[in-house]
Design a binder for this molecule. Structure first.
Ligand SMILES: [Zn+2]
Length: 154
């Protein structure tokens, strides 16, 4: 007897499909990690590239650098994630050389959270720029004063 659902607490897609590698309508079982990211390409047939940013601490500079993680995921017809969608992907058996994840749910389009985050980052950058600008300004002021002092000395 075919088991219903994926055995996980995931919303069933509204559409149906005849893909045997679909975790809802096929025989593909999902196991392992769940990840979420943004679809950066949907050009391949039944595949999507999902990527997300992560931060890595660089001890030398005591700052974080942004790195990107990218995986190929199976994109069944019933889900049909498009570029820009935020998706939940789950690990599954290897479906091809580079594909061992499957899109299981669309969490949203270009989420508001990300936009807020991007704005916050932009603001922070702006602040930093302003700070560095004021620092430079004070530095130039100081050097100007020095010059003036030197000029007076002469
Ligand atoms: Zn399906």
């Amino acid at each position: 007897m075919k088991k219903k659902g994926t055995g996980h607490n995931i919303k069933q897609p509204e559409k149906k499909c005849s893909d045997k590698n679909c975790p809802f309508h096929g025989t593909l079982s999902i196991r392992g990690r769940f990840l979420s990211g943004k679809v950066t390409s949907d050009k391949m047939s039944k595949s999507a590239i999902v990527s997300w940013d992560r931060k890595v601490f660089v001890p030398k500079f005591e700052r974080y650098e942004k790195r990107k993680s990218k995986v190929n995921a199976h994109n069944p017809d019933c889900i049909d994630a498009k570029k820009g969608d935020l998706v939940l992907i789950s690990e599954c058996r290897p479906l091809s050389k580079t594909k061992h994840f499957v899109v299981v749910e669309i969490l949203g389009k270009e989420s508001a959270k990300d936009i807020i985050k991007a704005e916050a980052v932009a603001e922070d950058e702006g602040k930093e720029k302003a700070q560095s600008a004021s620092f430079q300004a004070s530095e130039t002021d100081a050097s100007v004063k020095k010059h003036k002092v030197l000029a007076k000395g002469d």
